[in-house]
Design a protein around this ligand. Structure first.
Ligand code: NAP
Length: 303
């Protein structure tokens, strides 16, 4: 029996855990993979106030140590359902474990969006990757492509430019969504080539990726680019289906909750990228964790 069950141990979940424990509430983090969430894949974080540079991995480690030193428990499991049994929440996982909490914080983040083209799944680990920080070194001195125009794609391209022979940055528009500063850094690198207004339409190679077909959206022209790695960085999608009985989801599947992290279901709070919000960043995930945990502590104190 816990005071607060936190579903997800990314930046929002771990920040919530720190605030919950410091608020005197016994807390559990439930995580399906390893703690850290999306940011663990970011090679270099430059926009967290007070920290000029840190890798996503190191940031996650520090956050986890801070939470676990305060006594937060971490259990592994994929949450399959959350039931409100008269103010006590029963959280069930895929392996039939069950945890009970007086409040629940949903901090499930989002998963990598896939291109949805033929052979994508088959070639994962054979050239197709969703994590430059994890897999980049396998492509040392080779030619690779990054697909996407957000902060992840720009960060990945910068990181890969430092270890690969050549990096093609493929984006479906001619304007980047990610930070201008990173786009400017990429522009001056000799081994980076922008392929704009283009989408990846075909993956080629027998047993591993050897080249990609890229289609120009304006002319319809298709060109084949020889690469041994393709890093897909085209954003995230939420994974909130298991909570549809409990909270409202918007058309894209995000949990409807405002800056106060209240979901409309008493005792259930939503923090970080899993909720409706205008800016999904490390700072806003951490801030949400603090807001949600403080609200959950106040809720429990009122019970
Ligand atoms: P994102 O900001 O949503 O960008 C996704 C990119 O992929 C966009 O450029 C989008 O194009 C493109 N895209 C989407 N669907 C596509 C498709 N089907 N085919 C081709 N291209 C597609 O995602 P992200 O870069 O992963 O970042 C997610 C969030 O984390 C953002 O809020 C980001 O700022 C944040 N983040 C922060 C940091 C940091 O703080 N250091 C680092 C990484 C990420 P359009 O632009 O045309 O829509």
């Amino acid at each position: 029996m816990y005071d607060i069950v936190i579903i997800g141990a990314g930046t929002a979940g771990m920040s919530a855990a720190i605030y919950a424990q410091r608020g005197g509430k016994k807390s559990l983090m439930l995580e399906k993979l390893t703690y850290g969430g999306q940011i663990i894949n970011t090679p270099d974080i430059e926009n967290y106030p007070g920290i000029a540079h840190i890798s996503g991995y190191e940031f996650s480690e520090k956050l986890y140590r801070q939470a676990s030193d305060l006594g937060v428990k971490l259990e592994h499991g994929t949450v399959s359902s959350v039931e409100d049994e008269g103010g006590l929440f029963k959280v069930k996982t895929g392996d039939n474990s069950e945890f009970t909490g007086r409040a629940v914080i949903l901090a499930t983040g989002a998963r990598n969006r896939h291109l949805g083209i033929a052979r994508e799944n088959e070639l994962v680990g054979k050239g197709v990757s969703y994590c430059a920080a994890c897999d980049g070194m396998f492509f040392r001195k080779k030619d690779v492509a990054v697909n996407g125009g957000g902060n992840t794609a720009l960060g990945d391209a910068l990181y890969l430019a430092g270890i690969c022979n050549k990096v093609y940055l493929i984006h479906r528009r001619d304007q980047f969504r990610g930070a201008e500063r990173d786009a400017e850094k990429l522009k001056v690198l000799d081994n980076v080539e922008f392929v704009l207004n283009s989408t990846v339409t075909k993956l080629n190679g027998d047993t591993k990726l050897e080249s990609i077909d890229v289609t120009d959206k304006n002319s319809g022209a298709v060109k084949t680019i020889p690469v041994s790695g393709l890093f897909v960085a085209i954003g995230q999608e939420p994974e909130n289906g298991a909570f549809a009985n409990l909270v409202n989801l918007d058309a894209k599947g995000y949990i409807v909750a405002g800056e106060d992290c209240l979901t409309g279901h008493s005792g259930v709070f939503a923090a970080g990228d899993c909720r409706t919000k205008s800016l999904r960043q490390l700072t806003t995930a951490a801030a949400d964790g603090a807001v949600a945990a403080t609200a959950a502590c106040e809720y429990i104190d009122r019970l």
